[in-house]
Design a protein around this ligand. Structure first.
Ligand code: SPD
Length: 409
């Protein structure tokens, strides 16, 4: 038994699974074998014997011969614990086998035998344990690619006035908050994001006293901000109060400082709130959802211009700015359309396993301070109990791969 099969078996037993499904997709099979109904029946018999499945009734083999596209046999063999089926495509000499059984069988043995029997040049085997639940994000940023996380159970689900909010207990990453089908955070890796969106600007601005936080209803940014002793006032503008309530209930480690006396909560659309703020803030942090739905406006020049106005003469704005792998157009456009607003505008990033492509970036927009030249290592050194941010990372996170440099010009 190879390592993969061992893992499947272990999971199958642990999950008290309802069954194991295996698909074996094969290309360039022996054309004579797949056109011979007796051979196909022989395959079903021998396979069942090999993997210990008791056949129930005869093997049914039907020829769908009319249309060239679907011409070829279809086979079905009931077994006492479910069934084995197959589709044989004459046009391409491909074979698609499905085995489903409530009892355990060795998928590796089944696949090897099947590949050999039909003399397939190529075979692709997939096994799925039925009863497992997996979460996949609602939007594939790269078509044909998605993040897949195993779920233990769904803990919460509600449609707020603005968005669908779900909380899951995941197998690998602790609890996970999902908004409109997209991962917002998991307990296991939220620090990668919250430390980086917060400490980078806070270790560049020499006196960040008054800060505006947009979004961030989970409380992660506020928790990090309060590690800087100089921060005296935080205006927290979150449009959806439900996110705050959900975080307080399910993510107490993130939400612990949401009601700190330094924090003033504003439940409002950020664009409305900052409209008449002039020169009010040292730092603005925009921790938004993805640029779809309510957050789309936060990725527009109009909003960046409002932030520029709301910052004082030496202010810094940092925003969530997606992935250099999946959002090239968005990042490029962001830099193009905000041209001229800030004398210094850079892109930096953090690694994070549960965001698409394993990373997420930020825009660093500054009226005076350069993120590298004006970095204050002493401030970084004062920060305790961090898991991601440090002095080396501060400098390294602005170094972009060659293909991404062009995006932020
Ligand atoms: N693609 C995910 C982007 C989410 C950014 N914000 C998450 C909120 C965490 N505080």
């Amino acid at each position: 038994m190879n390592e993969k099969t061992k893992q499947i078996k272990e999971k199958f037993e642990k999950a008290n699974a309802w069954g194991l499904w295996t698909s074996i997709d094969m290309k360039n099979c022996n054309p004579d074998t797949i056109r011979d109904a007796e051979k196909v029946k022989q395959y079903a018999r021998e396979l069942c014997e090999l993997i210990g499945m008791k056949r129930h009734g005869d093997t049914v083999v039907v020829d769908f011969g009319e249309d060239e596209k679907v011409a070829g046999f279809s086979m079905m063999q009931l077994i006492e614990t479910s069934l084995v089926s197959g589709h044989f495509v004459n046009l391409t000499n491909s074979v698609y086998i499905d085995i489903f059984s409530c009892n355990w069988y060795n998928p590796e043995v089944a696949a090897e035998f099947t590949k050999k029997f039909f003399a397939a040049e190529e075979a692709n085997t997939t096994s799925v344990i039925r009863s497992e639940t997996w979460f996949e994000e609602a939007i594939e940023f790269a078509k044909g690619s998605n993040i897949k996380i195993q779920i233990d159970k769904k803990l919460f689900s509600k449609k707020s006035k603005y968005q669908q909010i779900d909380v899951y207990q995941t197998v690998p990453f602790g609890k996970m908050m999902v908004i409109d089908g997209m991962i917002m955070l998991t307990e296991a890796d939220e620090f990668c994001y919250h430390e980086m969106i917060t400490h980078v600007p806070l270790c560049v601005h020499p006196k960040p006293t008054k800060v505006l936080v947009v979004g961030a209803g989970d409380g992660g940014v506020i928790r990090e901000l309060l590690k800087h002793k100089g921060v005296e006032e935080i205006d927290h503008c979150e449009i959806d109060e439900e996110v705050i309530d959900v975080s307080k209930k399910f993510f107490p480690k993130l939400a612990k400082d949401l009601d700190n006396p330094k924090v003033k909560r504003i439940v409002q659309d950020a664009a409305q709130f900052i409209k008449d703020k002039k020169g009010s803030y040292d730092v603005i942090i925009v921790d938004s959802t993805d640029p779809i739905g309510p957050a789309a406006a936060l990725f527009e020049r109009k909003f960046y211009a409002l932030c520029e106005k709301a910052l004082n003469a030496k202010g810094i704005l940092v925003t969530q700015a997606e992935s250099i792998f999946y959002h090239k157009k968005l990042i490029k456009e962001l830099f193009t359309k905000t041209k001229g607003l800030f004398p210094i505008m850079k892109y930096y990033y953090t690694m994070i396993p549960t965001y698409p492509s394993g990373m997420i970036g930020f825009t660093f927009c500054s009226k005076k301070y350069d993120p590298i030249k004006d970095f204050i290592p002493a401030e970084a050194s004062k920060l305790k109990k961090l898991q991601y941010y440090n002095k080396d990372i501060h400098k390294a996170c602005f170094a972009l791969p060659t293909f991404a440099k062009a995006l932020s010009k």
